[in-house]
Structure formats: C-alpha cells, structure tokens
Design a binder for this molecule. Structure first.
Ligand SMILES: Cc1ncc(COP(=O)(O)O)c(C=O)c1O
Length: 454
C-alpha cells in the first residue's frame, strides 16, 4: 500500500501549457490585448492555497481505498480538456456561443449513440442523469399525455420525482430478489392498461442490477408502451466482455429502446455534470420546437439549444468528452472497455471473498461492479447496527464504503439463520468503479477484515 503522501496526478500540466499556447496562436490575428491583469499574483496564490485547504475536507474519491459511492475521478485528458476550454468558456446553447464545442458535442454524442447501435439518433449532453431522464420522460409524456410511467422499485428515485414535475402518473413495479424489475409483475400491471412508458434500468443505483430488457421488449410488442432505458450508471458496460449472460442479453438489446440515458460523468471518465439523453427517432426534435429572439442567428445549422430543455450549458463538458473519446475510443477490447472489465472483476473478487467469510453475507452475485453485503448477526436490526459500526471502523482505516437500506429479500436469511425482524436491512455497499480496484482488492479486504474484527 502507498505509504505517506498520495501523489495526485499532475503529469498533464505541461501538456495543458502547450495546449494553451496553441489556443492563443489560433487567435493571433486579433488586435493585441494585454494579458489579463496578473498584478495580484500573491493574492491569487493565497486564495488558491486556501481553496486547496478547503478541498481537503473531502473523502479521497480519487484513491482506490475510496470504494463507497458512485464517484470516479475524471481521466486526466478530460480534466485538462475541460480546463483548457474554460479559457474560451463556450456555451453550447447556440452556435453563437459555442461553435467548435457544439460540433464536438455532436460528434461525441453520435459516438455514444453508436455505442448503442444507433447510426441515426437525436441527442445531446446535459447536466447529468436527472436532467437527461427528465428530458426522456418529458418527450414520452408529450407523446402519450396523461398516461402512467412505470419503473421498478429499485429504479432511481428520480423517476417518481420527475413524473411529479411533469404531472404524469407514476407507479412502482416490484423488483425481484435480484434487484431487477419483475417482468411478471409488470405483465400483470400492463393488463390493467393506461401505461404510457416503462423505465428499464440497466445498472440500478443500489446494486447495479440489470432489468430483463428482452422480456420487457416482448411485453412492449403486446402492449405498445414507450420504452425508456435508464443506463445512466450502466450504459458503458455494453462494451465489457465479462458480463454474465442475462446482463449481456440486456445490453445487446439496448438499441431497441425508444430513448436511452447514459452519464459520462459516472463511468465515462468525465467531471460533473455530464449526462446524455438519446432518442432513437430523430423526429422527437419537433417536440422541442421553439423560437428564440436572442440566439440562433449565426447559422442555419442545428443549434443544440433547439433540441434541449436547458439553455446555457458548458461547452467545456463537450470538449472534455470529445477529447476523452479521442484518447480512449469506445471499442470492445480497447483500453476503455478493459477498465470496465477490471471494475467488474474487482466486484466478483470481493463478492467471492465475502461469500467465503462467516462474518458476512453478500446479496446476489454482482451484475456490474457494485457489491452489497450484510454483517451477520442474530437479526436484521442487529445486522444493521453492525453494518453502521463496520462502516465507521473501516473509515478509520481509510477504507471508505457506503451504506444502503435494501429489501431483506435480497439475502438468504434462512440459510444464514438471521431473524427477519424488519423488511429492509442496512447493508454495506461498495461501488468498485475505478479499474485500480482490481489490484487493490487485497488492501480493501485487509481493511474490511480489520474493521469487522473477529
Ligand atoms: C440509474 C441512475 N439513474 C439516474 C441517476 C441520477 O443521475 P444524476 O445524479 O447524475 O442526476 C443515477 C445516479 O446515481 C443513477 O444511478
């Protein structure tokens, strides 16, 4: 394990300086302008150091011993390209404000659409998964006004909230023991009618479970609802070659959806906020139609604001994503895909260690790279208390895990002799998003082992 100071990556700073020179050169034809006042260099340094000091009051998200929530450091190329773009500070609302970065956004988004098998599409970047899902459900609601949105009990809570914002009825469908949408419960609900949209989650937030998309597609044939895939977390796993068969089938079928959300700021190595919404049928663009008295004058080409609900948006997000996809193309077997495979391998390794250890009880085998487990005790209440204390003990040993409140049905309580004195249980949860987690599982295990005691 690394002793002493952990070195934050900074090798790219020279490349950033060179890129800034190149950017400057591009505007050399302008009348000379004094560089912005740098008179208060001492003040700048003081405030930046104060800022750095404030930022140390964070969990160490960049370090492999941070294995808690969905937090992953951006790739250096994303971080630097984002910073570089802020010298120009383009706004991707309209080509007036972000000509180059809008073109880069269209290219990057087309790359994401191709990841899901779509040569034709309509889509754009936005603030994150919530905003992207809002746009998808907004379009769904415009196409089927007043009809119900369904999502599994394990879908992200945002779908219920978004439906409320949009004034659409929303209902939960039961999840099964593996945290997936229960297709039989869905079939029963569909028979009652009134459903406009079914949200299918490929990679749930709590457990990374993958809803049975192919079965749900069969129900779509019969009932004709709109199918929206929330792959905010899991979307990039379409590239991974070490998925189990059910998840593989679902990711292979993802292109059959009407709309897809994927978050480059989760597994796509981007800084926050970078979400993406994609529509299979580009004609949904008509739903966005509006005039703007302020923008859209500089070109008759598509301005991204014409197909998005947000107006001002950071061109820097598009620049960072574009640069990352240049450096790490979305290809099966490529470096980017291998990193996802490492994350999944780390999750399988941790799951196997937990299953062998009598102190713990893991839930089902992870479908992606998220592992959840109980700290065994006589009852679920006692297990919950134990999970909270191991969580705190682990943090004292620099291992940062997460806690989750999950259905008791996810665990084989009978086999483990645990009394079911409540319906949910507080468990430990680890999102092994960083490829380094694969190498660090030994260190993670050592800290967990010590935190859990004998
Ligand atoms: C499956 C899923 N959908 C939607 C969201 C919401 O995304 P965001 O936090 O980027 O708004 C999340 C966040 O974890 C998620 O996991």
């Amino acid at each position: 394990m690394t002793e002493g100071r952990f070195a934050l990556e900074r090798a790219g700073l020279d490349a950033l300086r060179a890129a800034l020179d190149r950017l400057d050169e591009g505007f050399a034809g302008l009348p000379a302008l004094e560089a912005a006042d740098d008179g208060d260099a001492a003040g700048l340094r003081r405030v930046l150091l104060e800022t750095a000091a404030r930022l140390t009051d964070n969990y160490p998200y960049f370090h492999p011993l941070y294995a808690g929530q969905m937090l992953k450091p951006p790739d250096p190329v994303a971080r630097l390209a984002y910073a570089l773009a802020t010298w120009i500070n383009p706004n991707n609302h309209a080509l007036d404000g972000g000509r180059a970065s809008s073109a880069m956004e269209k290219e990057a988004v087309a790359g994401l659409a191709r990841l899901f098998g779509w040569d034709e599409h309509l889509g754009h970047l936005c603030g994150g998964g919530t905003m992207a899902n809002l746009e998808a459900l907004w379009a769904a609601g415009r196409l089927a006004p007043g009809r119900t949105v369904l999502a599994s009990a394990q879908a992200h809570y945002t779908h219920g909230r978004i439906s409320g914002v949009l004034g659409l009825p929303f209902e939960e469908v039961a999840a099964d023991r593996l945290g997936r949408l229960d297709a039989e419960a869905l079939a029963r609900r569909l028979e009652r009618g009134g459903v406009g949209t079914v949200v299918v989650t490929l990679g749930t937030t709590a457990t990374g479970s993958v809803d049975p998309l192919t079965e749900i597609l069969r129900l779509k044939e019969r009932h004709g609802f709109r199918l929206h895939v929330d792959a905010a977390y899991g979307g990039y796993f379409r590239l991974a070659e070490n998925l189990d068969a059910p998840a593989r089938r679902a990711f292979d079928a993802i292109g059959e959806a009407d709309s897809i959300v994927v978050d480059p700021h989760k597994h796509g190595l981007q800084p926050y906020g970078c979400g993406c919404v994609l529509f299979r049928d580009p004609s949904v663009g008509r739903l966005y139609r509006h005039d703007s008295p302020y923008t859209y004058f500089s070109s008759s080409e598509l301005h991204l604001g014409e197909i998005s609900l947000e107006c001002s948006r950071p061109g820097a997000s598009a620049v960072a994503l574009w640069a990352t996809m240049r450096m790490l193309p979305l290809e099966r077997g490529g470096a980017f895909a291998r990193r996802l495979e490492d994350s999944r391998a780390a999750a399988l390794d941790l799951h196997a260690r937990l299953a062998r250890d009598p102190r713990f009880l893991p839930a089902f085998r992870p479908e992606l790279d998220i592992v959840v487990w109980l700290v065994r005790d006589a009852s679920l209440s006692a297990c919950s208390a134990r999970a909270r204390s191991v969580f705190a003990e682990a943090a004292r040993r620099n291992l940062h895990l997460a806690l989750a409140e999950l259905p008791a049905a996810f665990f084989d309580l009978e086999g483990a002799g645990i009394a079911k004195d409540r319906d949910t249980v507080t468990c430990l949860r680890s999102v092994l998003m960083k490829p380094e987690h694969r190498e660090w599982i030994g260190a993670i295990w050592a800290a967990l082992d010590a935190a859990a005691g004998a």
